[in-house]
Design a protein around this ligand. Sequence first.
Ligand SMILES: NC(=O)c1ccc[n+]([C@@H]2O[C@H](COP(=O)([O-])OP(=O)(O)OC[C@H]3O[C@@H](n4cnc5c(N)ncnc54)[C@H](O)[C@@H]3O)[C@@H](O)[C@H]2O)c1
Length: 352
Amino acid sequence: MSERNHGVALIGFGGMGSRHAELIATVENLSVVGVWDILPERLADARALGLKAYGSQAEALADPAADIVLVATPNHFHKEISVAALDAGKNVICEKPVALDTKELAEMIAASERNRRLFVVHQNRRWDEDYLMARRIVEEKTVGPVYHIERRVMGSRGIPGDWRKYKAYGGGMLFDWGIHVLDQMLDLYPEPIVSVHCELSFVLGNDCDDGCRISLRYANGRTAVVEVQTWNFITLPNWYINGSGGTATIDGFGRFGKISTLVRFDRNEAKPIVTAAGLTKTMAPRMDDSVMEQPLPTVTADVTDYYRNVMDAIEGKAEPIVKNPQVMRVLKLVEACFESHRLGRSIPFEQA
Ligand SMILES: NC(=O)c1ccc[n+]([C@@H]2O[C@H](COP(=O)([O-])OP(=O)(O)OC[C@H]3O[C@@H](n4cnc5c(N)ncnc54)[C@H](O)[C@@H]3O)[C@@H](O)[C@H]2O)c1
């Protein structure tokens, strides 16, 4: 638990900036001390909430009441603002995707090191219930050792908002949701990845991708699929986890799903299914008591633990949960995804 008060200067007061303000208001020893946004109406929104509105970015970075600057602008500004804030002696929380490429991220990490200030990325979906359920299923071997896992998020309304539709702003769904689900997958499975294959989708004809389908092959033989789509009218489960002892699905971001586990290895009867081509028993479900269903695990998650961890890390009492080498690894994988799509084939990753 943090021993002193920390003040946050928020840069960018749109959807996520205002969500940060709401969450921070619930965290002990942490408060938003001021807001900077290039739009006067957003500054007016901040004032209406009783928050101080700065007159410029420079004023925000010079505020002695703020030891943390939180960057929640469109993606192409993350590097420039984060480096300026670190050079001004502030600790920095930066929204995802941290940067447009690994070169930018290296500059941000260098600024953090030369100024001896914390630089940490807001990968808040590590606290999502469905992710924590998937973790428990994998770690507790509920379906036995897992050999294949699929992780999907599927919307039906295209790329959201305005700037997210343009490459120049760091738009596109691989950067938007892809970065979250890849971060989850690599946190869940940190083992080396030998190859990646990615296809971006452009169903809606935007300047940047409206979805991505990514296949990963791990050095230990495991495989994973990560998919983000924004134009679907029937969705697939958020998680599909296959182990040698069963299968689990998690859907509705953790609200429903099921786990089927094999309990009798000695029985595997199935009632044949009649198809035009003939009978199939191979592709029929089991009919006996060899498989048992069980509910999803119960998890508790508090996303505000993210801020508590940041305060503890600033005070030198804890390691950041979201570590910069992890963030760098995910961004390298994103770069490999863009390259795989460009070449139209799988490419080696980590182990050639
Ligand atoms: N971690 C999450 O769950 C999550 C969720 C949503 C968005 N985000 C991230 O948060 C960031 C902001 O997204 P959003 O949905 O809030 O976008 P948004 O468009 O709603 O808000 C962005 C705000 O930044 C302001 N802005 C633009 N350039 C600026 C600059 N140079 N200086 C100061 N303010 C500037 C805009 O006027 C706007 O108010 C993005 O990086 C996005 O990826 C993260």
